[in-house]
Design a protein around this ligand. Structure first.
Ligand SMILES: O=C(O)[C@H]1O[C@H](OP(=O)(O)OP(=O)(O)OC[C@H]2O[C@@H](n3ccc(=O)[nH]c3=O)[C@H](O)[C@@H]2O)[C@H](O)[C@@H](O)[C@@H]1O
Length: 440
């Protein structure tokens, strides 16, 4: 309120309590007051109108900006629209009686590509999802996605953290299964980029579980855990019932967290869950960040390779598992998964919760693996042996696969030498003999 008005109003009050001024005097003062009030009101309403005008102008500017940015978002988004929905629907459609309809995350990844192709080959419907992170050469991921395109598997370019996208996918398709393979992989990279592991392996997993539990029908959920959850466990071979509470890397810790998180969703919402602990998976179209792959590249380029050694110069060993065996384990997991018991976020009864080791059951030391590569490549490696840095590695892995054998009929058939031979053949056909792309 302007000070003038305040003063006038105060004038109207008895100057001395209990004693009133004369009527005439009062009348004059009232008249003067009304005039001033009118003037004041006129100028206030003009100010008010101006303010209103400015607010309206700002609001329209902001909504125009909003329109522009949402337009830009729509332009930038690689998903959505009638055509897109049609592609998703067609790709998800099984081509055999009682075929599955599977959402495969990480579809342009190593395991994701192979699993998607195998599902498509036997007539299941597959929709891929991949965000093509540049953790390793994204052009390799694009090539894998091209393979999928040729086989009529549609890959959505998107992130599992995108809740709107996931909701849309589940609106468009009643997926019977989710095969969740998208992850930040690699044990040692967690030292460099810890947050990427939390983003993909924890937040991304939760986003996908949220969408899955809200879906109607709820899909059965199969996902990739890791042999690294055994961490400092030294009881060999590793069984599913062994301790997994001593992870040696953040990667392992996020995978272990995933096992606990999926359990909670199983318990609360009745989601059918199968977690697969993969043991150092290798093969054609593999991951360039893994030792067998980067060693091949370095050997061919005449560069030295670094071989880690454990305490007391003990060789490190891995239960290297060939991709085709892993694919069989994945498909068997999908086929034997019970239906989820809930729907649209409500549990209707207890649901299946399983964890399986998918390994090869015959560990091979890293120097032996290098010798096999040398044999297939016909080139001697320049070996540089160093003490294993304390950045998350474990000295050895060895899977006990009795449970998977019993319940999935899982039976690995490819030994490391045979599998590496197939890998080298693919590598040479893809990169050529003396070339190779930079690994990261
Ligand atoms: O089994 C698993 O759970 C994990 O297997 C692999 O992890 P890792 O076994 O460490 O595979 P590589 O990175 O290929 O290493 C294999 C072996 O080679 C050794 N290595 C690695 C790199 C190197 O330069 N030199 C070297 O000696 C490692 O210490 C290890 O013993 C994958 O990278 C993980 O994503 C997966 O979850």
């Amino acid at each position: 309120m302007p000070p003038l008005v305040v003063a006038e109003q105060q004038d109207l009050l008895p100057s001395t309590p209990g004693k009133f001024k004369t009527d005439h005097h009062l009348h004059l003062r009232l008249h003067r007051h009304h005039r001033q009030l009118r003037r004041c009101f006129a100028s206030t309403s003009a100010t008010f109108l101006w303010a209103l005008f400015l607010i309206a102008l700002t609001a329209s500017y902001l909504s125009f900006q909003g329109l522009l940015s949402s337009g830009n978002r729509l332009l930038a988004a690689s998903w959505g629209g009638i055509q897109w929905e049609k592609q998703v629907r067609v790709s998800a459609q099984p081509r055999r009686p009682a075929g599955l309809s599977v959402l495969v995350t990480g579809a342009a990844g190593f395991v994701g590509t192979h699993v998607s192709l195998a599902l498509r080959k036997r007539g299941d419907g597959v929709v891929g999802l991949d965000n093509f992170t540049p953790y390793y050469d994204p052009s390799l991921k694009r090539s894998r996605a091209s393979l999928l395109r040729v086989q009529k598997v549609f890959v959505v370019d998107g992130d599992v953290n995108d809740a709107r996208l996931l909701t849309k996918l589940f609106d468009v398709v009643a997926f019977t299964h989710v095969m969740h393979l998208a992850a930040q992989a690699g044990v040692r990279y967690a030292i460099e980029n810890p947050h990427s592991y939390v983003h993909s392996n924890v937040a991304g997993l939760v986003a996908l579980l949220e969408a899955s539990k809200s879906a109607n029908p709820q899909p059965a959920f199969v996902w990739a855990s890791s042999s690294s959850v055994y961490g400092l466990n030294d009881k060999s071979p590793f069984s599913e019932s062994d301790r997994t509470d001593r992870p040696a890397s953040l990667y392992a810790a996020t995978k272990k967290a995933g096992e606990e998180i999926t359990h909670a969703y199983n318990h609360i919402y009745g989601l059918s869950i199968t977690g697969l602990r993969f043991f150092t998976v290798y093969g054609p179209w593999g991951r360039p960040d893994m030792a067998y792959f980067s060693f091949t590249q370095n050997i061919l380029q005449g560069k030295p390779i670094t071989i880690y050694r454990g305490k007391n110069r003990v060789d490190l060993a891995r239960d290297f598992t060939y991709i085709d065996d892993i694919v069989k384990g994945c498909l068997a997991s999908l086929d034997t998964a019970d239906k989820s018991t809930g729907s649209a976020g409500k549990k209707r009864g207890p649901a299946q919760y399983r964890i399986f080791n998918l390994g090869n059951t015959s560990p091979v030391t890293v120097p032996e693996m290098v010798s096999m590569l040398e044999g297939h490549l016909g080139v001697k490696a320049r070996r540089r042996e160093v003490q294993m840095p304390g950045n998350g590695d474990v000295p050895f892995t060895h899977a006990n696969i009795s449970s998977a054998r019993l319940e999935l009929g899982y039976k690995p058939t490819t030994d490391l030498r045979t599998g590496l031979k197939r890998f080298v053949k693919w590598y040479l056909s893809y990169y050529g003999y003396n070339r190779g792309k930079s690994v990261h």
